[in-house]
Each structure stands twice: as C-alpha cells, then as structure tokens.
Design a protein around this ligand. Structure first.
Ligand SMILES: Cc1ncc(COP(=O)(O)O)c(C=O)c1O
Length: 387
C-alpha cells in the first residue's frame, strides 16, 4: 500500500510538488526517480523479497507518483491507474449489487456512461441530480445509498457543489464522499479538508499537464478504504506503466507554477469573452456574474483555465471550433497548450440528449481549456475565430 510520507506534510505545496514521495536514487544519486521498466523482481528465497514481487501489484516509479499526489491532496494513500476512468471504476467497485449512489448530473460523460450503461447491469443504482443544491442531493438519499459522487467545477457547465455542506451531509448519512478534483487540482481546491473520503483525478489533465500520457489517481484518507482499493487495484490490474507514471510525476513538479498561469489566462479570457457580442454566456466560476461566484471564492483559491461559452447554435459553434489556430480542436484538457472542444458531440456525446438539454449543455456550447501561452495571442486567436 502506498502511503504518503509523513515528513512531506511539513512542506508547502510547491515544495511537495517537487519533492514529495521521492528522494535521490541510491545507486548513482540520480535526482529524478528512474523509470523501473520491469515486470518482476528477483526474490532471495521463498517469501523473501525487497517488498517488490510483481509489477501489477507494486512498482517503485508508480509508488513515487502515488505518494506525491497523495501528499499534494493532503491524503494518506494514493493509487495510480491506467486512466482516470480506471480509477473511477475501482472506486465504484467498492460498492456491491443493490447499493445506490447519488451522483452529480453534470459529471464527465465517460463517468456517466460507466455508471449508467455498465454498472447498472451489475446491480448498482444511480440517481443523477443537480449537486449545486444540497437539498436536492439530500432528497435523493435512500436507505440504500452508500456513496455521494461529486465533480466540482463540473465538466463542462462549470457548476459547483458546496464541498463543506456535502461533506456534512455525507457524514451524517454515513456515505462515502467522493470528489473528482480533476478541474481544480489540489492547488486550488482541497476536498479532503471539506470531508471527502476519496479524491479522484484524471492525471491525463492538469497533473501531467503536457498531454503526453493517460492516467488516473485515487487518494484516500482512511486506512480501511486503502486496503480495499489496494485489493481491487491488484485484482483488476488497471495499473499504469512506469513510463506514464514518470511522465505524470514530471508534470506534478510544475503543477503549482502552471496552475497560476492557467488561472491568470483563464480570468483574462473569461472577462474578454463576457463582453464579446457573439458570446451569449460565459460559464466561469471566477466571474462575478457566475451564480455561484461567492461559493467559488470560499472554497477555491483560484479558478483555473477551464471555461465554457454559449454561442447559440451548432452552426456558430462549428464555425468557431474550426477557425481557431492556437486553440486546437481536441478532446481532453489541462495541458500547457490551449484546446477547444464541443462537449455535445465530443466529451459528453454519451449523455442522453434530453439530459444534456435539461442541464443547458446545448449544441451551441463550446468548451475552452486555456493553456499557458501568451494571453494576448490567445485572445487574438479567439477574436479572429469569432469574427
Ligand atoms: C473531470 C474528469 N474526470 C475523469 C475523466 C476521465 O479521465 P481519463 O480520460 O483519464 O480516463 C475526465 C476525462 O476527460 C474528466 O474530464
């Protein structure tokens, strides 16, 4: 089981980003964690090894990443997976047939698909509700509910759930409180401090930050949960390779720096877009016009580089996404390069159209992942694409 090192907790976030979970390698003193590209380890005798037996179960490069992100989130244990979805699947298989989950209606489309199309077949049940309202969430809880699953800010509507209120609700009903912190990252939002039992990441996004690997991370505080997740992780085997762990670990070293730039660029672009006549609405929690701006200021220390805009029609959305030059039209988010996407046909195509419409995820909605380029160049690119 990969436990965050206690000595790392004394450091600030930027120091932990660089050092937590790693120290210079003992053979040559390499300052970066080596890529332990091996499937197995020599054993000295039956039952006698150096704590490493087989690489599905344990790998030193993976452990370094697991310790690093666990420390960044303020958790006790970290578990790396071959994708964010691999981590989410593992967390949901903590449950058993007959259990019920209350989940945000506006979670990532793949999360919704996993729950609605696969896990319901295996006997789990789900209520997808508007997690902006703690009352609505409370009403959806039944005697069979075991888990509360939130994404905040949500993908792509940028809605928030009140983490402290949800944490209290989960505690009072003895529910596992799971938070997908992919959008905000531990730099801007600390779900464990608000009572989350489990924090999830698609490391593919901001934690890696360079769009060169796919991965997931699950962080927990409770030792009993960590035991169960370890058992599922090694039994199912949805683990990442050491090279991908190393890339993610390289990414986390600069996470605090990158997030500052994503945030600065995101704020400027959100403001600029809100006064553009072709843009009907901007969804960004850092704007005073965002209906949950006060909550955003309370529970986030920055707002990041994710935002969505409503252009009014599929035709206008299509025009814009095909005209940008610096904003590449692509799935994914959180990399140093800016991306533009059309959630209705890309990331959220798996969500039933009626549900998309009901939450305002229209065909005219365009999502931006604002990178760390010069913001004036990004604005010029958006300007020519909208004109
Ligand atoms: C918020 C969020 N959670 C989870 C995932 C799934 O992660 P992955 O693509 O690494 O499986 C995504 C992917 O876009 C996401 O945006």
């Amino acid at each position: 089981m990969t436990k965050a090192r206690e000595q790392d907790a004394a450091f600030g976030l930027a120091t932990r980003a660089v050092h937590a979970g790693q120290e210079p390698e003992p053979l040559a003193g390499a300052v970066t964690m080596p890529i332990f590209q091996t499937s197995t380890y020599v054993q000295e005798a039956i039952g006698k090894n150096k704590g490493y037996d087989y690489a599905r179960t344990v790998n030193p490069t993976r452990q370094a990443l697991e310790r690093n992100v666990a420390s960044l989130e303020g958790g006790r244990h970290g578990f790396a997976f071959g994708s964010g979805m691999g981590g989410i699947h593992t967390v949901l298989t903590l449950l058993s047939a007959g259990d019920h989950v209350v989940c945000g209606e506006n979670v990532y489309g793949g999360t919704h698909r996993l729950m609605d199309k696969i896990l319901t077949r295996l006997g789990l049940t789900f209520s997808f509700v508007d997690t902006r309202s703690t009352e609505i969430v409370a009403k959806a809880i039944t005697p069979k509910t075991k888990m509360l699953f939130c994404e905040t800010p949500t993908n792509p509507m940028m809605r928030l759930c009140d983490l402290a209120a949800m944490g209290d609700l989960a505690r009072s009903h003895k529910l596992l409180f799971v938070v997908d912190n992919t959008f905000a990252t531990p730099v801007f939002q600390r779900p464990i401090e608000s009572g989350a039992d489990i924090v999830l990441h698609s490391t593919t996004k901001y934690l890696n930050g360079h769009s060169d690997m796919v991965g997931g991370l699950v962080i927990v505080t409770r030792d009993d949960l960590a035991e169960q997740i370890l058992f599922i992780q090694k039994s199912v085997g949805a683990v990442p390779g050491p090279m991908d762990c190393w890339l993610a670990l390289r990414g986390t070293k600069t996470l605090t720096l990158r997030m500052r730039q994503h945030d600065a660029n995101g704020r400027r672009i959100a403001e600029w877009l809100s006064s553009h006549k072709k843009v009907q609405q901007v969804f960004y929690p850092g704007l005073p016009s965002h209906p949950q701006h006060e909550l955003a200021k309370r529970q986030m220390s920055g707002f990041g580089g994710m935002l969505s805009i409503e252009l009014g029609s599929l035709e206008r959305a299509n025009q814009m996404v095909s005209r940008t030059r610096l904003f590449y039209l692509a799935e994914s988010l959180g990399g140093v390069e800016s991306l533009i996407g059309h959630p209705a046909s890309m990331t959220h195509a798996a969500v039933p159209p009626a549900m998309r419409q009901a939450m305002g995820l229209t065909d005219g909605l365009v999502r931006l992942s604002v990178g760390i380029e010069d913001v004036d160049d990004l604005i010029a690119d958006l300007d020519q694409a909208l004109s």
